[in-house]
Design a protein around this ligand. Structure first.
Ligand code: HEC
Ligand code: HEC
Ligand code: HEC
Length: 90
């Protein structure tokens, strides 16, 4: 691989990482859920949530997927598991 291609790949990877939002909000009828991506990133490995191989990319969540991902880890770790600790009515 030539140097230019390597440089281009590095730029692409850096750009992809920089694209991850710091905070993602999920509107829900029982109260908006705020997910601090940056805060979770600081504590956990990417692959704790980004289960597929390769560069972490957008994870599409619906109610069931979100509850499976978020609540399962919180149940064995330190995060909130009560409805109202994630779903906040404004
Ligand atoms: C606690 C779970 C969790 C961890 C740990 C985590 N992510 Fe994510 N990440 C998510 C979720 C959920 C989304 C989807 C957010 C959305 O809908 O925009 C996401 C989205 C992303 C996206 C796509 C952003 C977009 O809008 O396209 C990138 C890139 C990303 N994460 C990178 C990383 C990297 C790099 C790490 C490790 C340093 C990491 N993530 C760690 C849960 C996590
Ligand atoms: C792989 C483990 C893991 C996953 C998956 C995960 N979390 Fe967490 N989360 C944690 C841990 C650990 C804490 C506790 C942090 C602390 O007390 O310092 C936490 C804390 C939180 C908190 C409390 C406030 C904060 O940001 O520190 C909220 C809200 C939260 N998580 C929401 C979510 C949501 C929403 C998802 C799914 C999109 C999610 N988490 C997925 C591990 C996880
Ligand atoms: C760890 C955080 C977390 C906890 C705890 C949690 N949820 Fe959720 N929930 C979410 C996320 C994130 C979504 C949004 C998924 C999406 O965007 O579709 C969601 C979506 C929902 C929805 C769909 C709302 C809509 O407008 O489509 C319902 C209903 C719901 N949750 C009920 C509950 C109930 C009831 C509890 C307690 C037993 C609970 N949730 C606990 C994170 C959580």
């Amino acid at each position: 691989m030539n140097k230019l291609l390597v440089a281009a790949l590095l730029v692409a990877l850096t750009a992809a990482t920089a694209l991850a939002a710091d905070v993602v909000t999920y509107p829900a009828k029982n109260g908006t859920v705020t997910f601090d991506h940056k805060g979770h990133q600081a504590k956990l490995e990417c692959k704790a949530c980004h289960l597929s191989e390769g560069t972490p990319a957008k994870i599409a969540l619906d109610k069931d997927k979100a509850h499976a991902l978020c609540k399962e880890c919180h149940a064995k770790g330190a995060g909130p598991t009560k409805c109202g600790d994630c779903h906040k009515k404004s």
